[in-house]
Design a protein around this ligand. Structure first.
Ligand SMILES: Nc1nc2c(ncn2[C@@H]2O[C@H](COP(=O)(O)OP(=O)(O)O)[C@@H](O)[C@H]2O)c(=O)[nH]1
Ligand SMILES: [Mg+2]
Length: 237
């Protein structure tokens, strides 16, 4: 195959072929609670083949309308909670591989390819994006709590995780089969615990983590942090 019919003049043929080869679509579940300010840049940066699936969790800032206008599929989950939104997105997804990503502008959609890759290639069953943070992006208490949880998971399950980051990828069918129950802030931890118990190959890839657009609802607030600690502690009992 030659590069010229791809229309790219200075692309190398190998790159052009890879870019134009038909790839199965991947659904990207985006839990959204008032992220109208972050959604435009985020949706614009979504790589080809990755379909944004916005789960609006009762936003009052027009997030759902913004997302729909920009071409994203939007579904509504009236029950509040990070896990409720993620679960509803998973249940509505149709692709073989599903990614999750916070919709607050703290992650770069360009990293999705590296996160989904090992799942697509059947080298891992669950890939976690390990956050590499820019200055100020990650509150100190959240970082400490996260490190503690990761250490605890390593010790109790033998799975080598360093971060419980929310950018992740897994096969849709298998993930539904894990039968996750948490519908609040314990969802990311429960996913890793159940995956480990099921003998899944869990892998990590580095992803960039920058300051979010707008105000945090979870780890940036006292109430959100207390809820997160309570939800996660319940899973570790
Ligand atoms: N659906 C839903 N999404 C939420 C809720 N709380 C936070 N989110 C979303 O989950 C993601 C992470 O929340 P964020 O406030 O950034 O938490 P932080 O990263 O821990 O500070 C963002 O995309 C939020 O819009 C919630 O109760 N329901
Ligand atoms: Mg955030």
């Amino acid at each position: 195959m030659t590069a010229d019919h791809h229309g790219g003049s200075d692309e190398r043929a190998g790159d052009a072929e890879r870019d134009h080869a038909p790839r199965p679509a991947i659904d990207v579940v985006l839990p959204v609670l008032n992220e109208a300010g972050a959604l435009p840049a985020l949706l614009a940066a979504m790589p080809a083949g990755f379909h944004p699936l916005v789960v609006d969790n009762g936003s009052t800032d027009g997030s759902a309308e913004v997302a729909a206008r920009l071409g994203a599929r939007v579904i509504h989950e009236p029950r509040r909670g990070f896990g409720a939104a993620c679960y509803t997105g998973l249940a509505a997804a149709t692709a073989d591989v599903v990614c999750f990503m916070d919709a607050d502008g703290s992650f770069d959609p360009a990293d999705l390819a590296a996160v989904a890759g090992p799942v697509m290639n059947d080298e891992a069953d669950l890939v976690l994006g390990r956050r590499v943070a820019t200055a100020g992006a990650w509150p100190f208490h959240a970082r400490v709590a996260n490190r503690y949880l990761a250490r605890r998971i390593r010790r109790t399950t033998g799975v080598n995780v360093r971060d419980l980051g929310p950018m992740r990828a897994a096969p849709r069918h298998a993930l539904l089969g894990l039968d996750l129950r948490d519908r609040r802030s314990g969802w990311p931890l429960e996913m890793v615990l159940r995956a480990a118990a099921a003998g899944w190959r869990v892998a990590e890839v580095p992803v960039t983590y920058t300051s979010r657009v707008g105000r945090s609802k979870v780890t940036g607030t006292v109430r959100g942090t207390v809820t997160a600690v309570r939800d996660m502690a319940a899973l570790l009992r």
